[in-house]
Design a protein around this ligand. Structure first.
Ligand SMILES: O=C(CO)[C@@H](O)[C@H](O)CF
Length: 536
C-alpha cells in the first residue's frame, strides 16, 4: 500500500521557564501533535525548582543552559521514537522566556556548524558556554546597574522613550552589565550573547541566530523607533557589546535553513526554514491572533494586558515592544500584581469562598455601583505603586467598609477601570472593531467578563491560550514561508479557530463608566499623592 500522504506542517517551540514544549500545526492550522519536557520532572539532575535556581541572596535567579539543550534532545528523541514524520516540516519558529541571556564561549560557532549527527546536542555543546547558569526574568539582582543605565541616558523616562521601558532588573542589558562587572573574564571569553529565543534558534540553525526586534525590545538596549541598538545604552552596559549581540532583525525574518545535523539525525528536509524566534509574550500575541485595537487580558495570579499599539507613548509603567507580526506597529505589556490573588481573598472573605455567591453579588448590584469606588491592593501593586484597600463613596469621601455585594462589585469594576486607564496611558485607544480576548482562570466566570465588557464598552471573547506561545510560533513559521510576498500575518492565519463571544456590553454601559473612569483616575492620583507625596 502506498505510503499515506505526509501531513505538511510547521513546528512551534516554546523554551519557557518550566519546560520546553513543541506543537505541530498543519496547513489548515490544526494542532495535531504536541509534546513537552518539564525541567524539574524530567531533568532532575539539574536540581531546579520551577525550572530555576534561586540563589542564596534571594535576588539572583538562573537556569542551566545545558538543561535547556538536553530538554531539546529529549523532545526530539521522543518525537523520533513516536514516528513523527520530520520530512513534512516546512518551517519552524519558536519562543523563549523573555530577558534571559546565554553566553556562547569563543569557538562555539565552529562547534555549532559541525555537529555530528551520531551524538546528542548536549554531548557536543558541553564546553560552548562561558557561563553555565544563565540569568532569567525572575532575577532582581541588578538594581545598581539599572540606576547606572538610567543616569547615562538622562533618567527613567528618557530610557523608556528610547527603549520602550524604564530600567528593569530582569532586562538583559542590566544583566550583561552585571556579568561584565562581576566576571570580566567570562565576558571577555564570550563570542556571542543570545536571548533564550535566539539561543534556541541557533541550535536549529547551526550558527548564531540574530535577535529579533520584538524580544530585543526587552533588553533596555534597542531603540524601538528605529530598531537599532542604542550606542548610549550599549556603552553604559559593557564594552564591545554590539559585536557580541550581532544585528537585530525583523521578527518575521527567515534566518536560514535548518542545519544538516537535524536533516541527518531526524530527517528534516534540507530546505526547512528557520524563522526568527521571539519572546514568549510576543509569540502569545501571535497565537491569540491579536489585531490592531484588540486587547488580550490574562486574568491569572497577576493580571497581564497585551495591547496592540500603533503609536505608543512610553511611560514609567509597563513595557512597549516592537510588534512581532507587524514591523510598523508595537505591542505593550501591563502587569497588575493584585489579580486573582485579590479576587480569591475577597471571595473567601465575603462570598463564603464560593464563585457562585461571588457572581450573585455582581448580578444583584448595578453597573457603576451607585458611585462607590474601591482600590484593593493587599500586596504592593506594580501599576501603579499603591498598597492597601481604599474605598470611596459617590461623594468621594473615603469610607472604611462597603456592604458585601457592593465590595465585590467595587473590586471587579476597580480592577478593570485601572486596566482601561493605564492602557490608555500607554497610547491604547478603543476602536470600533476592538475586541477583548480574555484568558486565565477568571475568564471562566461570565459575570466577571460582563463587567469587563461594560467597563471597556467592547465585546469580550474567550480563547484557549494553553499553548499560545507555541501555536503563535507555528503561525509565525507559516508567515515566514510567505516571506517576501507581503502577505499579512492576519491573512496567513485566517483559518485558525475563532474565539468564542462570552459577553457583550450592556446598553448604556459607556455612559455609566465614562464618568466613573474619570473619578477613578482622580482618586488613584489622590491615593498616590497621599502615600508618596506630590509628584516632583
Ligand atoms: O518578564 C516577563 C515579561 O516581561 C515574563 O512574562 C517572562 O517573559 C516569562 F517568561
Amino acid at each position: 500500500m502506498a505510503e499515506p500522504a505526509g501531513r505538511r506542517c510547521c513546528l512551534g517551540w516554546d523554551f519557557s521557564t518550566q519546560q520546553v514544549k513543541v506543537v505541530a500545526v498543519d496547513a489548515e492550522l490544526n494542532v495535531f501533535y504536541e509534546d513537552s519536557v518539564h525541567f524539574d520532572r524530567d531533568l532532575q539532575e539539574f536540581g531546579t525548582q520551577g525550572g530555576v535556581h534561586v540563589h542564596e541572596d534571594g535576588l539572583t535567579v538562573t537556569s542551566p543552559v545545558l538543561m535547556w539543550v538536553q530538554a531539546l534532545d529529549i523532545i526530539l528523541e521522543k518525537m523520533k521514537a513516536s514516528g513523527f514524520d520530520f520530512s513534512q516540516v516546512l518551517a519552524l519558529s519558536g519562543a523563549g522566556q523573555q530577558h534571559g541571556s546565554v553566553y556562547w564561549k569563543a569557538g562555539a560557532s565552529q562547534v555549532l556548524a559541525s555537529l555530528s549527527p551520531d551524538l546528542l546536542l548536549h554531548e557536543q555543546l558541553q564546553a560552548c558556554f562561558s557561563i553555565s547558569d544563565c540569568p532569567v526574568w525572575m532575577d532582581s539582582s541588578t538594581t545598581a546597574q539599572c540606576r547606572q543605565l538610567e543616569a547615562t541616558v538622562g533618567g527613567a523616562q528618557a530610557l523608556s522613550c528610547l527603549t520602550g521601558s524604564r530600567a528593569y532588573e530582569r532586562f538583559t542589558g542590566n544583566q550583561i552589565a552585571k556579568l561584565y562587572q562581576q566576571n570580566p573574564e567570562a565576558y571577555s571569553h564570550t563570542e556571542r550573547i543570545s536571548l533564550v529565543s535566539s539561543f534556541a534558534a541557533s541550535l536549529f540553525l547551526g550558527s548564531h541566530s540574530p535577535i529579533d526586534y520584538s524580544d530585543g525590545s526587552g533588553m533596555n538596549l534597542l531603540r524601538i523607533q528605529d530598531k537599532v541598538w542604542s550606542q548610549a545604552c550599549l556603552g553604559a552596559c559593557a564594552p564591545h557589546l554590539e559585536e557580541k549581540l550581532g544585528l537585530p532583525v525583523p521578527s518575521c525574518s527567515v534566518v536560514g535553513a535548518i542545519s544538516s545535523y537535524f536533516v541527518q539525525r531526524y530527517g528534516f528536509p534540507p530546505g526547512c526554514k528557520v524563522v526568527a524566534f521571539t519572546g514568549d509574550n510576543p509569540a502569545s500575541l501571535a497565537g491569540m491572533r491579536l489585531e490592531e485595537g484588540d486587547i488580550a487580558v490574562s486574568l491569572g495570579t497577576s493580571d497581564t494586558l497585551f495591547l496592540w499599539l500603533q503609536e505608543p507613548t512610553p511611560t514609567l509603567e509597563g513595557h512597549i515592544f516592537c510588534n512581532p507580526v507587524d514591523p510598523q506597529h508595537y505591542m505593550a505589556l501591563l502587569c497588575f500584581k493584585n489579580g486573582s490573588l485579590m479576587r480569591e481573598k475577597i471571595r473567601d472573605e465575603l462570598a463564603s469562598s464560593s464563585w457562585s455567591e461571588f457572581s450573585k453579588a455582581l448580578q444583584s448590584t448595578e453597573m457603576g455601583n451607585c458611585g462607590n469606588l474601591g482600590f484593593y491592593f493587599d500586596v504592593m501593586e506594580i501599576t501603579p505603586e499603591i498598597i492597601g484597600r481604599h474605598r470611596f463613596s459617590a461623594e468621594n469621601h473615603e469610607v472604611s467598609a462597603f456592604p458585601w455585594d457592593v465590595e465585590i462589585r467595587a473590586l471587579i469594576e476597580g480592577q478593570f477601570m485601572a486596566k482601561k486607564i493605564h492602557a490608555e496611558g500607554l497610547g491604547y485607544r478603543v476602536m470600533p472593531k476592538t475586541k477583548i480576548l480574555a484568558t486565565g482562570g477568571a475568564s471562566h466566570n461570565r459575570d466577571i467578563l460582563q463587567v469587563l465588557a461594560d467597563v471597556f464598552g467592547t465585546p469580550v471573547y474567550v480563547i484557549d491560550t494553553a499553548n499560545s506561545a507555541c501555536v503563535g510560533s507555528a503561525y509565525r513559521a507559516f508567515h515566514g514561508l510567505a516571506a517576501g510576498t507581503d502577505v499579512p500575518f492576519s491573512e496567513v492565519v485566517k483559518l485558525a479557530p475563532n474565539p468564542r463571544l462570552a459577553a457583550a456590553p450592556t446598553p448604556g454601559a459607556s455612559q455609566v463608566y465614562e464618568a466613573l473612569l474619570q473619578r477613578y483616575a482622580m482618586l488613584e492620583q489622590r491615593i498616590l499623592t497621599q502615600t508618596r507625596g506630590p509628584p516632583e
